[in-house]
Design a protein around this ligand. Structure first.
Ligand code: ZN
Length: 211
């Protein structure tokens, strides 16, 4: 008798938890959507390098991994990464992987560089002649990133970067700040700062996909 009660109690708890988990999954804003997250550079290609030695490839990967976690955990989305460690992946391979993934959106993570160490600011790119969806995603990610970086608004721009031109889905490329600015380089060494950058990119994506 006691055993039966325990079984009923167990089943009830399982049922309640099950319903709650199902409800939680259904309310996630990006459930059923697939994204490609592209960490720029890697391997022998460091990208831009800070005066104190921080490399763009390192922080791009950190932000990309945090963005993947946000998209999966908060958004309920599926994510394809073009690289998950420090290795060189050609632009052609990145695009090929993205295009075969049949993902809804492509987000490439970069940080800017300049010969002028004083230069800093936030910008997001879509391809020249990009579809309205790319431009909308670009504008919303730019708006959200600016709230986080509080840097100069260098604008939501168009450029014919290879990964933007050859991907078949709406695509953007983020340049949240300049690694070549020494104050910014210091900030970019903080994993929490990089996580926040990813989170605000995520917020821009959610805002875009919700429309
Ligand atoms: Zn770059």
């Amino acid at each position: 008798m006691r055993k039966r009660k325990l079984i009923i109690l167990y089943l009830t708890i399982t049922l309640i938890l099950g319903v709650q988990l199902t409800t939680a999954a259904a309310t996630k804003p990006l459930a059923g959507k697939k994204f490609v997250v592209d960490a720029g550079h890697g391997g022998w290609d460091p990208g831009a390098v800070g005066v104190n030695g921080l490399t763009e490839k390192q922080i791009n990967l950190r932000v990309a991994q945090s963005l993947r976690n946000c998209l999966i955990e908060y958004g309920g989305a599926t994510v394809v990464m073009t690289r998950v460690d420090d290795r060189y992946i050609s632009l052609q391979s990145r695009v090929a992987k993205a295009n075969t993934s049949k993902a809804e959106r492509f987000i490439s993570i970069h940080h800017n560089g300049s010969v002028n160490p004083a230069h800093n600011g936030t910008s997001v790119y879509s391809a020249t002649h990009a579809r309205p969806q790319s431009r909308d995603l670009r504008d919303k990610v730019q708006k959200n990133l600016l709230k986080m970086t509080k840097l100069r608004d260098l604008g939501a721009n168009s450029a014919n970067f290879y990964v933007l031109r050859h991907t078949t889905m709406p695509a953007i490329l983020t340049e949240a700040s300049f690694i070549t600015n020494p104050q910014e380089e210091k900030k970019l060494r903080n994993p929490e700062y990089l996580w926040r950058e990813a989170y605000y990119i995520y917020r821009g994506i959610v805002e875009h996909m919700g429309d």
